[in-house]
Design a protein around this ligand. Sequence first.
Ligand code: UDP
Length: 237
Amino acid sequence: MQDIKRIILKLSGEALSGKTGFGFDDEMIDKICQNIKILTEKGIEVAIVVGGGNFWRGRSGTNIDRASSDNIGMLGTVMNGLRVQGTLEEIGLDTRLMTAISMKEVAEPYIRRRAIRHLEKGRVVIFSAGTGLPYFSTDTTASLRALEIGADVILLGKTGTDGIYDKDPNLFDDAKKFDKLTYKEILQKELKIMDTTATSLCMDNDMPLIVFGIDDPANMVRVFENENLGTRVKESF
Ligand code: UDP
């Protein structure tokens, strides 16, 4: 953990909505935020990328054009950002919410150097509104922001699993968990962990990733203490 100074934590909308899959699960959000606090107390600078799948995914919109549908999705992530910010502040953390689509009445516009400054001052920074561009995902946002702010690793919290498996562990008893994988293997085996844009961005720029099970949010701390927890992904080992 000593060599980890700055992380991007990707929180999907699903993680924030708990079992219902829609809206907010207050208890779950509390637990997630408490564990973010533990990470900051260990001296780690934490930046968060929030998803929006608990409200809307661009590809779910069948009666409107994709770009408009994606804009709805990005606005959903701002709602999640505000919700997470509220609890983080409630438990005593200093935070800044940034948006990739300007809405300065509710949050700061995303400015890379300013985000880095906030982190250096010990603030938890929440990146919302994705990349600000349709046809992208918040996984791609996490990869992009991780590179921009010089994060040491991306923590990708998954619901319903505790790492990357060769097949769905919820359907197959003999599914095998990978402790380590390269990005090339993810692409070759067509493992559905992040979309290919996000995977390629990490692969091309050698950004390490840890996939962990967020159903128990304490795992975001445990992965740094136990090498066998979750799956570590790198460009090469
Ligand atoms: N989105 C987008 N551009 C981005 C990030 C997100 O258009 O850079 C839209 C897209 O419609 C996506 C939605 O926002 O479906 C919610 O994000 P995502 O599906 O990645 O959220 P998650 O599945 O992580 O909750």
